[in-house]
Design a protein around this ligand. Structure first.
Ligand SMILES: Cc1ncc(C[n+]2csc(CCOP(=O)(O)OP(=O)(O)O)c2C)c(N)n1
Length: 659
């Protein structure tokens, strides 16, 4: 290990980070300056990677969980040869640049996860380590290893304080994810000052309790860190956390070790002094030390060789294992999974079952056809109907089990599923009650930002949960989820629609999808639109129609569709159409013609949904009438609740007659 060259890399990271933040006049110099040595060691020595192929399946993953410190990452990606130029670095934080204020997956080559909301990156890394475990068990043979990599994380004090990181770390210990290595940048500084203001726990003891191996040392002893990593790699069944004592803003003469170094430009004087202190020639901007450049130049052939070796192994493995090779293609190159040739359960008019039950049948059929579909629930699988029958339980000793038991850790579950999706090769779903989607909302939002095709099965989707009462009855959740851009929220009305909803969710590859499913049984209704199976993919279709142009269009979702159909049948003196709106987002994407054909502007529009009315005016016009629930629910028999809250067919008939 060339410590002197790595020191030059570390100081190049400092030089680039100081200047980028200075030029943008915003950003976070403290972490990159404080962790520069670790970054140099990672990108120079520890990571098995090949900058020319940042999507190499078997690369080591490195997640910068403390995303605010992204100049560390950008500097190292630039220095080690990724397609990220000095101009990209100069454009740090500028509109349209590839170096945004926090790392964004899919935008910058080499960025493994969108990070910034603290704690998320660490939970993503747990998902990546899980994916590695599964894929290794699936594809490696006794003679050839094609999946075998480590997942590294750099986490800050803030990451360590966040609950989501605790949830994910707890399950990582339980699952014995020995190839997960977390570096904890312990600089004891956060935005408000010293961590002693709010954080006095013994982090390593906590991780010991989770079943991790814990090590500690100095951020600035690269030889010792490399030794600890070797040690960690031998930890076998235990993930490792290495606490590294560090100085935020190391190298800034006045601000180092203080909160002043955390999140603002050092200022011209301090920046100049810091650069001088590390040996940047006077007047130089965005300076890279020649020794650092030479070092990375020399590393390229070494990395290329390892990469080419792996490719050769893969080719030989494919020849020896043609069946596995086919699976490999499906796992990694399948792209948009095509369900057209897959037989899914069919339901018929008159069948009575909850959409969660129908969903469970469809999920099982898809899972039988696509072995890379994996997932589970936060301890509610029997209620969510998400058990994959005869497909085993994923555990520390059974990597090929496909049912995940996330425990009661919704937020961790969301972060882990994002990590599995980031990793590639697997298709994750997860489940809980709709009301608890709030517990995982930050991860859902990040899946939407990062265009991850995670599927969320959220059951017990309305006040018709009944007896459990208002704490368990979602009223604002559909609206809240619909407010997240790029998230599809699908609320099917019966079992047949549930099958279609699953198809849409599974075939989607550019973002996450929510399936909101009922607890209560629903009778499958006849559909007026003969082409409804096609039309519903546009978000809505005519479930029940009238002769001629309708006077009233009831727009209903989920379990309210069948109630609306019953109401329409009673309103014999009016021309009433019922539109089942599986997805408002999909409907709103359609051309005006389609939307106006379905919901003619001249008709009275009545939205019927057991949810807050928030958000329903926008899609139509101010004349829309909402029959909805703008309050919390009640505990009781769900039919009684429906009567109490005016959500029955009779109540809807009265409302429409009163119009
Ligand atoms: C969930 C979340 N809450 C708040 C923030 C705002 N924030 C950014 S960095 C930070 C804390 C900084 O302390 P630390 O994590 O120790 O980073 P360091 O100061 O060492 O750079 C906070 C509160 C955030 N990014 N994510």
């Amino acid at each position: 290990m060339n410590v002197s060259a790595l020191a030059a890399v570390a100081n190049s990271v400092r030089s680039l980070s100081i200047d980028a933040v200075e030029k943008a006049n915003s950003g976070h110099p403290g972490l990159p300056m404080g962790c520069a040595e670790l970054g140099a060691l990672l990108y120079g020595e520890l990571l098995s990677h090949w900058p020319q192929d940042p999507r190499w399946i078997n690369r080591d993953r490195f997640v910068l969980s403390a995303g605010h410190g992204c100049m560390l990452l950008y500097s190292l990606l630039h220095l080690s040869g990724y397609d990220l130029s000095l101009d990209d670095i100069r454009n740090f934080r500028q509109l349209g640049s590839r170096t945004p204020g926090h790392p964004e997956w899919g935008l910058t080559p080499g960025v493994e996860a969108t990070a910034g909301p603290l704690g998320q990156g660490l939970s993503n890394a747990v998902g990546m380590a899980i994916a590695e475990r599964i894929l290794g068990a699936k594809f490696n043979t006794s003679s050839r290893t094609v999946i075998d990599h480590h997942t590294y994380v750099l986490a800050s004090d803030g990451d360590m304080m966040e609950g989501v990181a605790s949830e994910a770390s707890s399950i990582a210990g339980h699952l014995k994810l020995g190839k997960l290595i977390v570096f904890y940048d312990s600089n004891q500084i956060t935005i408000e000052g010293s961590t002693s203001l709010a954080f006095s726990e013994d982090v390593l003891k906590r991780y010991e309790g989770y079943g991790w191996r814990t090590l500690s040392g100095s951020m600035y002893d690269m030889t010792a860190i490399a030794q600890m990593v070797e040690h960690a790699k031998k930890a076998g069944e235990r993930p490792t956390i290495i606490r590294l004592q560090s100085i935020i803003g190391k190298g800034a003469p006045k601000k180092a070790g203080t909160a002043k170094a955390h999140g603002e430009a050092l200022g011209p004087e301090e920046a100049a002094a810091a650069k001088k202190g590390i040996g940047v020639p006077e007047g130089c901007q965005f300076y890279v030390f020649p020794e650092a450049e030479e070092y990375f130049k020399a590393r390229q052939p070494v990395w290329r060789l390892a990469y080419e070796e792996w490719k050769k192994t893969l080719e030989a493995w494919k020849e020896e294992n043609p069946d596995k090779a086919k699976e490999w293609t499906r796992y990694f190159e399948g792209g948009n999974a095509d369900l057209s040739a897959v037989t899914l359960p069919s339901f018929k008019v008159g069948d009575s079952l909850a959409t969660r039950a129908a969903g469970g049948q469809v999920l099982n059929a898809i899972a039988r056809a696509f072995p890379n579909l994996i997932g589970g629930s936060a301890d509610l699988a029997p209620s969510n109907s998400t058990n994959l029958k005869d497909m085993g339980d994923f555990s520390g000793s059974n990597p090929l089990g496909r049912n995940f038991h996330f425990g009661i850790r919704e937020h961790g579950m969301g972060g882990i599923c994002n990590g599995i999706a980031y990793h590639g090769g697997l298709r994750p779903f997860c489940a809980t009650f709709l009301v608890f989607s709030d517990y995982m909302r930050p991860s859902v939002r990040l899946a939407a930002i990062s265009k991850l095709p995670v599927i969320y099965v959220f059951t017990h989707d309305s006040v018709f949960v009944g007896e459990d009462g208002p704490t368990h009855e979602p009223v604002e959740h559909l609206a809240a989820l619909r407010a997240i851009p790029n998230l599809f929220v699908l609320r099917p009305g019966d079992a047949e629609e549930t099958e279609l909803a699953w198809r849409i969710a599974y075939e989607r590859h550019d973002g996450p999808t929510v399936l909101a499913l009922t607890r209560q049984g629903i009778v499958v209704y006849p559909k007026a639109d003969p082409a409804w199976r096609m039309t519903i993919r546009k978000g809505a279709y005519v479930a029940r129609d009238c002769d001629g142009v309708p006077d009233v269009v009831i727009i209903a979702t989920g379990s309210e569709v069948s109630v609306a159909i019953a109401a329409a049948a009673e309103l014999t003196d009016r021309k009433v159409r019922v539109v089942s709106m599986l997805s408002r987002e999909l409907f709103l994407k359609q051309p005006t013609d389609f939307r106006f054909n379905l919901v003619p502007p001249a008709a009275r529009k009545v939205v019927f949904e057991a949810s807050v009315s928030f958000g329903w005016k926008g899609p139509f016009d101010d004349s829309v009438v909402t029959v909805s629930i703008d309050r919390f629910g009640e505990s009781g028999q769900y039919q009684k609740i429906a009567e109490h809250l005016g959500m029955t067919a009779a109540a809807l008939v009265r409302r429409i007659r009163d119009l």
